[in-house]
Design a protein around this ligand. Structure first.
Ligand SMILES: *[C@@H]1O[C@H](CO)[C@@H](O)[C@H](O)[C@H]1NC(C)=O
Ligand SMILES: *[C@@H]1O[C@H](CO)[C@@H](O)[C@H](O)[C@H]1NC(C)=O
Ligand SMILES: *[C@@H]1O[C@H](CO)[C@@H](O)[C@H](O)[C@H]1NC(C)=O
Ligand SMILES: *[C@@H]1O[C@H](CO)[C@@H](O)[C@H](O)[C@H]1NC(C)=O
Length: 298
């Protein structure tokens, strides 16, 4: 016996001959419900072995991207195969394929913008697959990270936690005509909108006036060498969510989860983490296990 079964399986997977791994595939869902802002597409990844009450993760693509592209940008689908959660991959074709993070309607609970259409995808999936409403999450890169912040502010009743890779605080784009790199007003991603923690907190709370329930927990990663969405926006996001979640910075843990990443722990670590990546550029590599552990799925 020259090869162990696992080595043999790796060879077969590389050759595309192993049909057992990743038997499920990305499927398009034609009608998921009210879609007031005209989001172009909903795709879904439902693993073959689903949990009894599956958790749901919404994966939000960057500007210029697609759901299909973001599906390939992280290893979350293979974790879904192992852990039985569902992934939703929406695509927008508006505003050079960037999510609307600026308009009045997207920045208000049930306002009728992209945030509402995305939540309707989650509600459709919860119903169709008997999902666990207490285990709904959002992750995204760049524009998708900005939308993750918007969803945390507008739908804290839906999202238990979010992960933002190179994002901006909720409400940061407010007042700009479009939330894209070619917008005539890029003061937000260039870090020119600076508010204090209380002000950022009020901006988030104003996205769902009167809401008193639990708030979306946040994990926020950003590279020091990000020049598309500048590094200072890590501190701005942490200011917003530390205020909303009522937790303070406690300590740094260096080289965690990998070399040159610093884990900035807030409170007891269950509600908020920042990850500062020394030398990291725009949309640092996704950290599947760190995120899934924070979500409580591993
Ligand atoms: C957005 O809301 C603000 C404040 O209520 C208002 O002044 C502005 O006209 C609204 N913009 C649009 C496009 O409706
Ligand atoms: C709110 O969060 C706490 C844990 O922080 C949890 O025990 C409780 O069940 C949550 N409440 C709701 C309504 O989800
Ligand atoms: C925030 O947390 C502190 C304890 O850390 C607590 O005393 C205070 O009541 C909390 N504030 C709110 C608004 O929950
Ligand atoms: C924690 O780490 C961040 C990112 O490297 C750094 O900006 C900050 O000064 C550190 N804080 C402390 C107290 O060491």
């Amino acid at each position: 016996m020259l090869f162990s079964p696992s080595i043999l399986r790796s060879f077969l997977t590389v050759l595309g001959l192993c049909t057992q791994a990743n038997a499920a595939s990305l499927q398009t869902v034609p009608n998921w419900g009210d879609n007031p802002s005209g989001i172009a597409q909903m795709q879904i990844y439902v693993p073959d072995k689903l949990s009894a009450k599956p958790p749901i993760i919404l994966g939000l693509h960057p500007c210029g991207g697609t759901g299909q592209q973001y599906y390939g940008m992280t290893k979350l689908p293979s974790y879904a195969d192992r852990l039985g959660f569902i992934l939703i991959y929406p695509s927008t074709t508006k505003e050079t394929r960037c999510w609307d993070c600026h308009s009045n309607v997207t920045l208000i609970h049930d306002g009728g913008g992209d945030s509402t259409g995305l939540v309707n995808m989650v509600k459709y999936t919860l119903k169709k697959y008997n999902g666990d409403p207490t285990k709904v999450f959002a992750v995204g890169g760049s524009s998708g990270a900005m939308m993750t912040n918007v969803l945390a502010a507008t739908y804290p009743d839906v999202f238990n936690a979010g992960a933002s890779w190179s994002g901006v605080p909720a409400g940061c784009w407010y007042g700009s005509p479009i939330s894209t790199p070619t917008s005539p007003d890029v003061s937000c991603p260039m870090g020119k909108k600076t508010y204090n923690a209380q002000q950022w907190g009020d901006i988030a709370r104003n996205c769902y006036p009167g809401y008193q329930g639990n708030r979306t927990r946040m994990l926020i990663a950003h590279g020091t060498q990000d020049f598309a969405v500048v590094y200072s926006l890590l501190a701005q996001q942490l200011a917003q969510w530390s205020n909303v979640l009522n937790v303070s910075f406690i300590k740094n843990i260096t080289n965690t989860p990998v070399q040159s990443w610093t884990d900035m722990v807030y409170g007891d670590g269950t509600k908020l983490h920042g990850y500062s990546i020394q030398g990291g550029g725009h949309i640092p590599p996704f950290q599947e296990e760190t995120v899934l552990k924070f979500f409580g799925l591993m």
